[in-house]
Design a protein around this ligand. Structure first.
Ligand SMILES: Cc1ncc(COP(=O)(O)O)c(C=O)c1O
Length: 433
């Protein structure tokens, strides 16, 4: 591509000046690989952006999308419906913990953040507690780029330019000194959850609507919860009548070797947010899955039945083509046993990724399922440069891994072979050396 043709596109979360001097253009994909504009085959160590676990360009999804586009390309999301949206919702709730049985569609993780927290606040109002509005997030959490998401999220660089928009407070993250190089769930640190008692006491439970956390923080570098931590959060939420929202935009649909983190960790929140892997990344779709009692609170509204109980939604909520992509993608996960595959191979990946422990400048490695993050020692005053340099070096050598803050992240495709695991780990090791 001619550089002059690249000026108009203002790229998201990207150093535009650097990129446009030295572009990294992806022009094709297949299975666990990308093809770059300069003719190279590149291992996709991040499944796109935690999106494409079943591998790229799945023909079954392409066929489902193409068929749907010919049958019903779009139907109005408000006041009218199409059958596939109902079928998909039934299918999703057949996979969630039992009490989570209603689905509100969005198009992205950020919209899930806004939707789930709006539902939480509206729920309390609906049942006569309108003061319960505050949302509690967690430092290093990432919930997207909307006003709600940057307020509840806890990554300073994503907050700095615009300040807080929506009333919120934050728990501490769970990167506990002493837990470095834990494999899977760290054994200590569950009492970090007790801080929630203090925060709720500070604001008073009568003012607090919900806590929103990623069961495993992804964008901050795969921060895995200590054993018992999520259960403790849940217990404290129950005690104080505060809703618990799991942002499972990364963890749902296989990444951690289960359908949901809620099932893997046996902690049932009140609301689960999903996106990314639900369509294998092929078409944008998100969903907020809520407990029946939340849905029912709205259905008991005393407004006339024809009036929307929740005045909220998006033009593309339940887009028929996205629903078709999701159905095909769930078929693949089930038919090919990809979630079991992740669960079985997770220990292999764990032992391989922890081999990087002795590489230069590695200060921590964390992993769960097919996700891993490693923290790198900073250059003085510039903590994000080294991971970025490592990611760029890997790209030059045929591997796409992600840098975020002071971390390198891996989100392997669920189809990754053991020798591909070796290759990507060696590529990171070489770059670090
Ligand atoms: C946990 C989590 N929540 C929400 C989002 C935001 O999703 P989107 O970029 O689709 O708005 C992300 C994106 O990475 C995420 O990782």
């Amino acid at each position: 591509m001619d550089r002059a043709e690249m000026e108009a596109f203002w790229m998201p979360y990207t150093g535009n000046r650097e990129f446009k001097k030295k572009p990294r253009l992806i022009t094709g994909a297949e299975g666990a690989y990308y093809f770059s504009e300069d003719g190279r085959k590149i291992f996709d160590g991040m499944s796109g952006l935690w999106t494409t676990g079943a591998g790229h360009n799945r023909i079954e999804i392409a066929d489902a999308v193409s068929e749907q586009l010919r049958r019903l390309d779009y139907s109005p999301a408000f006041q009218y419906g199409h059958p596939l949206a109902f079928e998909l919702a039934e299918r999703i709730v057949s996979l969630t913990p039992e009490s989570l049985d209603h689905v509100f569609y969005t198009n992205s993780g950020s919209e899930c953040t806004d939707t789930s927290t709006k539902i939480a606040r509206a729920y309390w109002r609906q049942i006569g507690q309108p003061a319960k509005t505050k949302i509690i997030g967690r430092t290093r959490g990432y919930h997207g780029a909307s006003w709600g998401a940057i307020s509840f999220g806890g990554i300073p660089a994503n907050k700095k330019l615009w300040g807080q928009a929506v009333d919120s407070d934050h728990l501490k993250h769970t990167l506990l000194p002493g837990n470095e190089f834990s494999r899977g769930l760290p054994q200590s640190g569950q009492d970090l959850a007790d801080e929630l008692e203090d925060i709720i006491t500070l604001h008073d439970a009568s003012n607090v609507a919900a806590v929103i956390v990623e069961p495993i923080s992804g964008s901050a570098g795969v921060i895995v919860p200590p054993v018992g931590y999520l259960q403790r959060l849940s217990d404290i939420c129950r005690k104080h009548e505060v809703l618990l929202i799991f942002d499972e935009v990364i963890t749902a649909f296989g990444r951690i070797g289960d359908w949901f983190a809620a099932s893997a960790f046996e902690v049932t929140p009140d609301i689960i947010n999903v996106a990314k892997q639900i369509t294998n990344g092929a078409i944008p779709l998100g969903a907020v899955i809520v407990k029946g009692e939340i849905y029912q609170a709205f259905m008991e509204s005393d407004s006339p039945e024809y009036v929307a109980e929740l005045p909220h939604g998006y033009t593309y909520s339940s887009h028929p083509v996205a629903c078709a992509a999701a159905m095909a993608s769930l078929d693949i996960l089930e038919r090919e046993g990809l979630i079991e595959r992740v669960r079985q191979l997770a220990p292999v990946f764990e032992s391989k990724v922890h081999q990087l422990r002795d590489s230069p400048n590695v200060s921590d490695i964390r992993n769960y399922g097919f996700a891993a993050g490693m923290t790198l020692k900073p250059y003085p005053g510039d903590p994000t440069r080294r991971p970025w340099e490592v990611a760029m070096k890997c790209w030059e050598n045929g591997f796409y891994v992600r840098s975020g803050g002071d971390t390198i992240q891996l989100g392997l495709p669920f189809i990754t072979t053991e020798s591909e695991m070796d290759s990507v780990v060696n590529a990171i090791g070489d770059a670090l050396s």
